[in-house]
Ligand binder design. Structure first.
Ligand code: FAD
Length: 491
């Protein structure tokens, strides 16, 4: 048993954690990040593409786990993508230094101000839209694709077809910004630099082009000299000490998942940035096993951000379909949010299978009319999610409406190839909530019933934000940590 004492520990290295690390380090604080995944950048291990899954493809699994692609055998390795299997829904998350930023599609979307106000009525929306969102835009290196490139590049045929069909069906489309460097993409298209987005790289990591957190917030935090990142360090249990400090039971593992050292860390201040599911598991298991005090709202108000996948087959197969070559970075979306009867946003998603499957894939984001809740099962040491068909009734009706209208205008069928009955209600990339800002925590993320514990990640958002969530998670993190530091919480 190795015992290590540190003043401030952050668990996880995704958006919330990376923001907290940078601002604390800039304020002159020494910070340690404990991250269960690997430090990909330092390891030098390349990410694998979708069509040749390798070490980064899955977290300690014998088979790939990406949706529609779970057919390839794997040797278990601490890969970048992991999946929680619940009864009625699967939740995908990123593992590694950079958290979800390693595996996500990089879509950097600011929510509609009216919806942000609806979700967070107590926050100063003006300050978010004038200050935090622009700040986050800059720090995350958000940029937009050139329209001419979308028009000319064969890898964006799926977007052009998707947009033309949406317009024909009477829908409005929007261009979506991203953290992928589109200038890099133009150069990779010209074969001046190694290909990444144009080489099926995304959900198992991008080797080039994507500005994941290891290149932005975390790089800046490391440059202060105040941050230490310990990768392959899995926090299994939190215990509160009498002096209001915390002890963490940590397993250091190797890349096969084998424990190489058991460690105990002690810290005065603890920040949880383990992502919605990671943070809920740490909190709820500590409550169950250690009588860890928690407000009774923890675990409630969970949502899938209205994630609902759907697709269409035989999309213009005779005129070349959606294309055999597809960039992995989505740049188009259908915005039907203002339609009160069928309020949704949908990403026109790539499906880079290497052949033209004449299939269009859509990741819809809907309102969440009925929230779910998360509890802990101590016998199986796993989370249990109360979530079933009744939570996705409106989402399914929206998907049905969208696909019918698209098919009526353009031809095509419901995608039975991708989904049973054409609907993917069980696919969630955006778990949110369970430790909601101002409910389970104070207005700045300080956990109720605790003096020295702060939650800064997706669990603060009450289950829905109407668009892809990392811009909002990052902005909320900036707001929380700025105020926590100003209040002297880390003195
Ligand atoms: P995370 O980014 O989830 O980071 C949590 C970190 O904590 C992880 O690295 C994890 O390994 C670590 N951790 C967890 N438990 C422990 C523990 N016990 N000990 C040590 N470490 C631990 N959002 C968008 O806005 N745009 C997109 O285009 C987009 N595409 C996505 C595509 C996919 C395939 C997925 C899975 C997600 C996508 N998302 C997207 C969602 C986005 O990535 C997440 O919302 C975001 O990463 C959540 O940030 P977070 O700060 O809550 O934590």
């Amino acid at each position: 048993q190795i015992e290590i004492n540190r003043p401030i520990i952050i668990i996880g290295s995704g958006y919330g954690a990376a923001v907290a690390a940078l601002r604390l380090c800039e304020a002159g604080k020494k910070v340690v990040i404990l991250e269960m995944g690997i430090n990909w950048k330092e390891s030098g291990i390349p990410y694998s593409g979708l069509l040749k899954p390798g070490r980064s493809a899955a977290w300690l699994k014998r088979k790939t786990i990406a949706p529609f692609m779970n057919i390839f055998p794997l040797k278990p390795f601490t890969g970048a993508l992991d999946k929680f299997n619940f009864k009625n829904i699967d939740v995908w998350v990123g593992r590694g230094v950079g958290g979800g930023s390693i595996v996500n599609g990089g879509m950097a979307v600011v929510p509609k101000e009216s919806y942000f106000k609806e979700v967070f009525p107590k926050l100063d929306a003006e300050k978010f839209y004038n200050f935090y969102f622009p700040l986050v835009n800059k720090e995350l290196k958000v940029n937009g694709i050139e329209e001419q490139f979308v028009k000319d590049c064969p890898y964006y045929k799926f977007t052009r077809v998707g947009e033309a069909e949406a317009h024909k069906a009477g829908f409005k489309t929007v261009r979506v910004p991203n953290v992928y460097d589109f200038k890099y993409m133009e150069r990779e298209y010209k074969k001046e630099v190694p290909r990444s987005a144009l080489n099926t790289e995304v959900i198992y990591g991008n080797n080039h082009g994507k500005n994941s957190l290891d290149k932005t917030y975390l790089a800046k935090a490391l440059a202060t000299g105040n941050l230490e990142i310990l990768d392959l360090h899995c926090v299994d249990m939190i215990t509160g000490n009498e002096d209001k400090s915390y002890c963490l039971k940590v397993r250091q593992i190797d890349t096969s998942g084998k424990t190489v050292a058991d460690k105990t860390f002690r810290c005065d201040k603890l920040v949880l940035g383990a992502g919605t599911m990671g943070t809920l598991k740490l909190l709820l298991s500590a409550q169950d096993k250690n009588n860890f005090p928690l407000d009774n709202t923890v675990g409630k108000n969970w949502g899938n951000n209205g994630n609902f996948m759907t697709g269409r087959n035989w999309v213009r197969p005779l005129s070349g379909g959606t294309g055999a070559l597809q960039s992995t970075i989505p740049v188009g979306g259908v915005d039907n949010w203002e339609d009160s009867e069928h309020s949704f946003f949908t990403e026109i998603a790539p499906l880079p299978m290497g052949v033209d499957v004449a299939t269009a894939l859509y990741l819809m984001i809907n309102r969440v009319d009925k929230k779910g809740s998360v509890t802990y099962d101590k016998v199986q040491n796993r989370l249990v999610l109360d979530w079933n068909e009744s939570h996705t009734v409106r989402m399914k009706a929206n998907a049905d409406y969208f696909v019918r209208k698209m098919n009526r205008a353009n031809g095509g069928t419901r995608s039975h190839l991708l989904f049973k009955n054409g609907f993917g209600a069980n696919i969630c990339y955006h778990p949110l909530g369970g430790c909601v800002l101002g409910e389970s925590t104070n207005v700045y993320g300080k956990l109720k019933e605790h003096d020295n514990l702060y939650v800064i990640d997706g669990s603060l958002i009450p289950g829905t934000i109407g668009v892809n969530p990392f811009m909002t998670i990052t902005a909320i993190a900036e707001y929380c940590i700025e105020n926590l530091i100003a209040q002297g919480e880390f003195e």
